[in-house]
Ligand binder design. Sequence first.
Ligand SMILES: *Cc1c(COP(=O)(O)O)cnc(C)c1O
Length: 383
Amino acid sequence: MTAETRAGEILAGVAARTGCKFLLAQKAFSNYDCYPVLAPYLAGTEASGLFEARLGAEELPEKEVHVFCGAYREQDYEELLRYAGHIVFNSPAQLAKFGPRARAAGKSLGLRINPECSTQEGHEIYDPCAPGSRLGTTRAQWDKQMTPALVALLDGLHFHTLCEQDADALEVTLGAVAEKFGDVLPKMKWLNMGGGHHVTRPDYDIPRLERCIRFAQAKWGVTVYLEPGEAWALNAGFLASRVLDLTENNGVKNAILDCSAACHMPDVIEMPYQPPVYGAAAVQAADDRLHEGTGNRDQGTGFVYRLGGPSCLSGDVIGDYEFDHALEIGELVLFGDLAIYSTCKNNTFNGMPLPDIYRRKEDGSLERLTSFGYRDFKYRLGR
Ligand SMILES: *Cc1c(COP(=O)(O)O)cnc(C)c1O
């Protein structure tokens, strides 16, 4: 059984027990050759705009297509209406501008609310509830701008405030939603609780998630949607690289690989996040350990390496890892948990080649889905 199938069964179990619906947030994972693997478990796809909506409609034509975008563009909108059945707006002004056309086309309309309830620390760029956030409509904005005619356009509300979090954070958020928008919700047909639910992580509190879903269903009579991205393909996918060179500087052993954090796994730098490496243990960055006076970084096996890319960026570092042997040039280094936020987020900075993408079948064989070359670098830049 693949990691995706296991994830699908966990999510489908929640859906079966509660009657909620799960969507795949494609921005995290859009390797559509694998959509048929997930199809039995999901109600539809969630898109961040026109292209993802089209991909969802093309690749899973029998399923629902939902879209949320911070702001829609006029030139995309008519085409978007062909693909999406549910359209979520970020502001009353966007709802007023684009809502009536969607309604006339028979679409289900929603507004993203901002419950102003931050439940995460240390990941400010992933906190849509941070003061001054542009994402979602606060209650104050609602009271100022939502005329009865605009409210009448709505079928649902949407919130997305979590990132890699457990159900306790959802419970707190749902309390804030009830307090701020509890008067509006009984008029709605659906409530979309966004993504960021780490449902398929082994210690995730699934019973608490199910209580949250049932609470919303019972209190407001809404259909509950959840649209995780990560949870569908957590701990799936490998990135294979090789050691190109080994250098040493002030006691730090550097291994330069033929892959790049900045280009191939940007979340390593943005999040930040350290993926697992097969046969090695992630260790706290040597700099931190030296600052804390915890002494010699080579205390363990003596084979601690800082893995980095060949790019110009000093910070193109994936992390420090302890191996059980001395690395050699040409050796394979295999990263795990890189199905999500990687292939859909990579780039060709420094003219870095993109890695080919393979599907690993259950019998262990590999099938190449796509390969990249110079043209993929060049023709993004000109004719
Ligand atoms: C990012 C995002 C998701 C998916 O988030 P994950 O953290 O990958 O689960 C879902 N909905 C919206 C609106 C998002 O922005």
